[in-house]
Design a protein around this ligand. Structure first.
Ligand code: ASP
Length: 326
C-alpha cells in the first residue's frame, strides 16, 4: 500500500513538474504589469510606455504601465521584490536601483538578491534647467545667481534615490553651494512646477525635457553627458562649461522578482530585444536623446554585472558624503 502511495505521489510530482515549465512556456496568458517607480508622464514613464507598447506586440498580451511612486523609486522596487515570481510584474528602473543601497540604511529589498535581470535598455542624458523667467542665461550666470540668492532659490528633485536628486547633489557640490531642495514623486510634477515658476531649477532626463526646451518653456544651462548631444547641438556640456568631470548618464534596466522561471525571463528578454530593434522605437528614443545599449548589454548577465559595478561605485561615495535618506 505504502509503495503504491509513493508511486502515485511520484507520478503526481511528475505531473506538477511537467506542468510548471509548460505554463512558463505558454507565458503570457494575461496582461503583464510594467511597474514604473515614478510619476506618470515623467522621463522614466515615457521610456516605459514606449517599451510597453512595442513589447505588447511581441508578447501577444498587453503590457500595462503601473506607476508605484514614492521614496525616490524604492517603493516601486519593494513592490516588485515582493511580487509573485510569475512574470506578470515586471520592473523598469534606473541608477536608483544602485544608489539606493548607499542612500538607505534600512532598504526593504536587496537589488542583488531579490530580482531576476532581464537586461539593460537605454542610456539617457540629463539637462540642467531653470524656469523660463530666471535672469541667468548660461551656467556662469546661473551659478552667480544661485550664489546671490542661495536662501530663496529652490532646486526640485524626485526624492532621495532619484537621478534628479543625484544630479542636484553633484551640482551643488560642484559649485560649492547648499540649496533648498523640493522633493516630488517624479519629475513630471516637478516639471509642472518649474513651468509654473513655483520652483527655480531642475536637473532632469531628456526623455521629458527636450520637448519643453524645444518649445522655449524652460532655460537650459547644460547637458550632463560627456559630449554634446545630437538633439541639442548648441547646448554645452556642464563639463565644458567649467564643471570639470561632471557627468551623469541615466541607465535603465528591466527586472523581475527573484525565482521567476528562466523560460519567462527569456521570453521577456526576447520581447525587450525585439522592441529595441523596431525602427519606430529606435527613432522615438533617439528623438528623446536616449541611446539604446549595445546588444551584449541587453541581456540578464549584462544588467547583473552593470548593476553590481554601479553599487560598488556609488555606495562608498554616498556613504563618504553621509547622504542618508533614512
Ligand atoms: N526619472 C524620474 C522620473 O521619471 C525622476 C528621477 O529619477 O529624477 O520622474
Amino acid at each position: 500500500m505504502r509503495s503504491k502511495l509513493m508511486i502515485v505521489a511520484a507520478m503526481l510530482a511528475g505531473v506538477v513538474s511537467a506542468v510548471a515549465p509548460a505554463s512558463a512556456q505558454q507565458y503570457p496568458t494575461r496582461p503583464v504589469a510594467l511597474v514604473v517607480p515614478f510619476a506618470a508622464g515623467g522621463p522614466t514613464d515615457v521610456l516605459a510606455r514606449t517599451m510597453a507598447a512595442a513589447m505588447t506586440k511581441h508578447l501577444g498580451q498587453s503590457v500595462v504601465v503601473e506607476n508605484t511612486v514614492g521614496a525616490g523609486g524604492t517603493i516601486g522596487a519593494n513592490r516588485v521584490a515582493k511580487a509573485s515570481p510569475d512574470g506578470y510584474t515586471v520592473f523598469i528602473h534606473h541608477n536608483g536601483m544602485a544608489t539606493s543601497v548607499g542612500l538607505y540604511r534600512k532598504l526593504s529589498f536587496n537589488p542583488m538578491e531579490d530580482f531576476e535581470y532581464v537586461g539593460l535598455v537605454a542610456d539617457v542624458p540629463m539637462t540642467l534647467l531653470g524656469r523660463k523667467t530666471l535672469a541667468a542665461n548660461n551656467l556662469q550666470e546661473l551659478t552667480a545667481y544661485l550664489r546671490a540668492n542661495r536662501e530663496k532659490v529652490t532646486l526640485a528633485n524626485a526624492g532621495l534615490g532619484a537621478v534628479s536628486h543625484l544630479c542636484g547633489m553633484l551640482f551643488q557640490k560642484a559649485i560649492g553651494l547648499d540649496l533648498v531642495t523640493v522633493p516630488y514623486k517624479g519629475t513630471a510634477p516637478a516639471m509642472t512646477d518649474l513651468l509654473g515658476g513655483q520652483v527655480d531649477v531642475l536637473c532632469d532626463q531628456t526623455t521629458q525635457t527636450l520637448p519643453q526646451i524645444a518649445a522655449g518653456n524652460v532655460k537650459v544651462y547644460g547637458v550632463t553627458a560627456p559630449n554634446r548631444i545630437a538633439s541639442l547641438p548648441n547646448v554645452p556640456t556642464l563639463a565644458e562649461s567649467g564643471l570639470k568631470d561632471f557627468q551623469v548618464v541615466v541607465w535603465h534596466g528591466m527586472y523581475l522578482p527573484k525565482n521567476t522561471p528562466k523560460a519567462v525571463v527569456d521570453r521577456l528578454n526576447g520581447a525587450m530585444q525585439a522592441a529595441l530593434k523596431e525602427p519606430d522605437v529606435r527613432k522615438k528614443l533617439a528623438d528623446l536623446g536616449a541611446e539604446i545599449v549595445t546588444p551584449d548589454k541587453q541581456t540578464p548577465e549584462g544588467l547583473r554585472v552593470w548593476l553590481k559595478a554601479e553599487i560598488d561605485k556609488w555606495t562608498p561615495i554616498i556613504r563618504a558624503a553621509g547622504a542618508y535618506a533614512d
